[in-house]
Write a protein of this length. Structure first.
Length: 314
C-alpha cells in the first residue's frame, strides 16, 4: 500500500504558505506517496461553542462526537485526515501566532482527542507523523508563537512532529519564490516526512534542523516558569508546548540549555500516555463538578446576578 500524505494550508491561494506546502508535497509525490491537499479557505468551519459535550461524554466513557458535526465541513475533513500516514501543515503568521482560520479548525479537534478515545476503547491507535511550516513577513521576533502555536494543535490528533520550518521575511505574494534555499528546505521536509513514515514507529525521531529550539523533546522555542499542577507535580522550568519539566543549566562555554529531569516527561503531551493523564484531570475537575449536586445548586443561585445584569451594547 502506498503512503498517504495530506497537506493542509490556510493562507492565500498561490502564495507563500501554499507554495511551500506544494513543494513539500511534490517531494512526497516523487517518492510514490498518495497526496491530498486542502486549503481551509475553501471550507466552512464553525467556531467551537465550548459546550464541553465531547469531554463530558469521554469522562463517562462515551464517544459522542461534536454537536456541530452535521453543520459544517470539519468532520468531512477529519474523516480523511485521520486516515493519513502523515500530514504537512503550512500556515501564515498573524500577530505572532498561527492564523485565526487555522486555529478555528484545530480547536474543534477536542472531540477527536485520540488519547481519550483510545483510553475508553472507542478507536484503535494509529501512528502518524507531521511537518509544520509557519510563514511570516518578519524574523522570529514577530513569529515567536507561530510554530509553537501549531505544535500545540498536534496533540489531540496524535501527530508526531518530525520536522518544522519557520519561513521568515516573505510578506509579499509568492515572495518565497525568490529564496531558492527556502524552497529547497520545503522539498527536504517532504523527503523527511517519507523517511519518517518508512522508519519503524519505535525508532522515529526528529529530522529537522539540528538543535532547533530550547526543548530537546519537542524542539519548541518556548519555556515558562513551572508552577504546581493539579496533582501537586512541580518543575522549576517547563516547556510551554509539550510540558516537559526540568531546569536551566549553564554549559562550559557560558551558554544555557534546558535539561529535562528524570520524571520530566511524566505528562509529555506528545504521547498518548501523557495526554491520558489529562483525561484524569478533566475527570476530577469537570466530573467532580457535575457529580456533586451542591456545586450546581450554588452556581444556580449565584448566576442569577449575572443573567439579570445587562450593559449597553454597540
Amino acid at each position: 500500500m502506498s503512503i498517504k500524505v495530506m497537506g493542509v494550508t490556510a493562507g492565500r491561494k498561490n502564495s507563500n504558505s501554499e507554495i511551500l506546502l506544494k513543494e513539500a508535497l511534490i517531494a512526497c509525490e516523487e517518492a510514490g506517496a498518495e497526496v491530498t491537499m486542502i486549503n481551509l479557505r475553501d471550507y466552512n468551519i464553525l467556531d467551537c461553542t465550548g459546550c464541553t459535550s465531547c469531554t463530558i461524554g469521554m469522562s463517562q466513557g462515551k464517544n459522542v462526537g461534536c454537536v456541530l458535526d452535521d453543520k459544517d465541513d470539519k468532520k468531512k475533513i477529519m474523516d480523511v485526515l485521520l486516515n493519513q500516514d502523515a500530514v504537512i501543515y503550512s500556515v501564515p503568521t498573524y500577530d505572532l501566532m498561527p492564523s485565526a482560520n487555522y486555529l478555528t479548525f484545530a480547536q474543534r479537534s477536542l472531540s477527536y482527542e485520540t488519547a481519550f478515545l483510545e483510553t475508553i476503547g472507542a478507536i484503535e491507535h494509529r501512528d502518524r507523523v507531521a511537518g509544520l511550516i509557519s510563514v511570516g513577513g518578519s524574523t522570529r521576533a514577530w513569529q515567536s508563537m507561530a510554530l509553537e502555536g501549531l505544535q500545540a494543535t498536534m496533540f489531540t490528533t496524535d501527530m508526531k512532529v518530525v520536522d518544522m520550518i519557520l519561513a521568515t521575511r516573505v510578506p509579499g505574494p509568492a515572495q518565497c519564490l525568490l529564496d531558492d534555499e527556502l524552497i529547497a528546505r520545503a522539498h527536504k521536509m517532504g523527503e523527511n516526512i517519507i523517511k519518517a513514515v518508512k522508519t519503524p514507529v519505535e525508532k522515529r525521531g526528529w529530522l529537522g534542523d539540528e538543535n532547533m529550539g530550547w526543548c530537546p523533546n519537542c524542539h519548541s522555542n518556548a519555556l515558562v516558569l513551572g508552577e504546581p499542577q493539579w496533582d501537586g507535580l512541580h518543575y522549576p522550568i517547563e516547556c510551554q508546548v509539550c510540558g516537559a519539566g526540568g531546569n536551566l543549566e549553564q554549559t562550559e562555554d557560558g551558554k544555557w540549555k534546558f535539561v529535562i529531569q528524570k520524571d520530566g516527561l511524566l505528562k509529555d503531551r506528545t504521547t498518548v500516555e501523557g495526554r491520558a493523564r489529562h483525561l484524569e484531570e478533566i475527570g476530577r475537575t469537570q466530573g467532580g463538578f457535575f457529580e456533586n449536586p451542591e456545586n450546581r445548586e450554588i452556581v444556580g443561585k449565584k448566576i442569577i446576578r449575572y443573567k439579570e445584569k445587562t450593559f449597553k451594547g454597540i
